[in-house]
Design a protein around this ligand. Structure first.
Ligand code: NDP
Length: 296
């Protein structure tokens, strides 16, 4: 293996520590405790794990965590009413509605009902527009975490060729905006891209966010490039015993690591950074709501 491993787990711990210190200062100097409300609808096992982990880390950072669990049968009106109630609650500075929502609920409608100033996921159309025009916004946590790791590793990203594989609203598109904001030359590849390997092989930075286990292999990567693997896929692992599973990314780690200059592992790469950025966004939202300078 030639690639350096980008330690997202360690970096995330550092970010959480900094958030915790700022939270303590807010309490000591202003008597304010940031609060994050997470709304979970239904019983999706992966969502339950994420929400539990978010709640735990929120409390560890010294913030208040409010979990609102609702049955999958909740009506759209009831869910909108809950969002409205949280919008008006001064103890709540960040609101996160865990996706996906059940089919009978219009996700866009619910996300766009969140007060943009409390939209710590950065999915509200106002925040999307602000990000796209380079104005102060709430930045989606996963791409923000990826950007922080890239900046930490490279320093300036200016002039680098970046290819984002995947064009979802929650990862691919905001990732491309952030890289553009850092003066990369950005290409977004997706399921209709022709000769995709040729496209990624020209990249200094490849961000893979496709949701297909180990799709990106070493022959997609230019020697020395940096690979950010956003994917989280659970696959069967018969080698660990019957019925066992393991987590893999959207990149085939071993073959990519043979060629790349640096790579994020799964687990321990982008995943922990996502939650750390959620905490950082909640702190930022709280500071802005109280007219206090938010930490960089
Ligand atoms: P989506 O399913 O919303 O989007 C997947 C994207 O990948 C689409 O744009 C799709 O293209 C593209 N794609 C699918 N198949 C191919 C292919 N064969 N070749 C090229 N492009 C393809 O996924 P998300 O963006 O929500 O998530 C992506 C991955 O990131 C998932 O593994 C998810 O679990 C993970 N994730 C991880 C997070 C973390 O905290 N680490 C947070 C969020 C997501 P098209 O638009 O043409 O269909």
């Amino acid at each position: 293996m030639t690639a350096s491993i980008i330690d997202g787990k360690g970096f995330a711990a550092k970010v959480r520590g900094e958030v915790g210190r700022h939270v303590k200062r807010l309490k000591d100097e202003h008597g304010i405790t940031p609060g994050l409300a997470v709304v979970l609808v239904g019983e999706d096992p992966a969502s339950q794990v994420y929400v539990r982990s978010k709640g735990k880390q929120t409390v560890e950072a010294g913030m208040n965590s409010y979990e609102h669990k609702r049955d999958a049968s909740i009506s759209q009106e009831e869910l909108l009413a809950l969002v409205e109630q949280l919008n008006g609650d001064p103890a709540v500075h960040g609101i996160l509605v865990q996706l996906p929502l059940p089919d009978h609920i219009d996700e866009d409608l619910v996300i766009n009902a969140i007060d943009p100033a409390k939209d710590v996921d950065g999915f509200h159309i106002s925040n999307v527009g602000l990000l796209g025009t380079g104005q102060e916004s709430m930045v989606p946590c996963t791409p923000l975490g990826c950007l922080m790791m890239l900046r930490d590793f490279h320093g300036s990203l200016s002039g680098m060729n970046a290819v984002v594989v995947g064009r979802s609203n929650i990862v691919g598109k905001p990732m491309a905006q952030l890289l553009l904001g850092d003066s990369c030359t950005v290409t977004i590849a997706h399921s209709r891209t022709k000769d995709i390997k040729e496209v990624t092989r020209r990249a200094d930075i490849v961000v893979a966010a496709v949701g297909r286990p180990e799709m990106v292999t070493g022959d997609w990567i230019k020697p020395g490039a940096t690979v950010i693997d956003v994917g989280i896929n659970r696959i069967d692992a018969p080698e660990k015993g019957e019925g066992k599973t393991r987590l893999v990314g959207d990149c085939h780690f071993d073959s990519c690591a043979e060629v790349a200059g640096a790579i994020t592992p799964v687990p321990g790469g982008v995943g922990p950074m996502t939650i750390a950025c959620l905490l950082a966004n909640t702190l930022t939202a709280c500071c802005r709501a109280n007219g206090i300078a938010a930490p960089e």
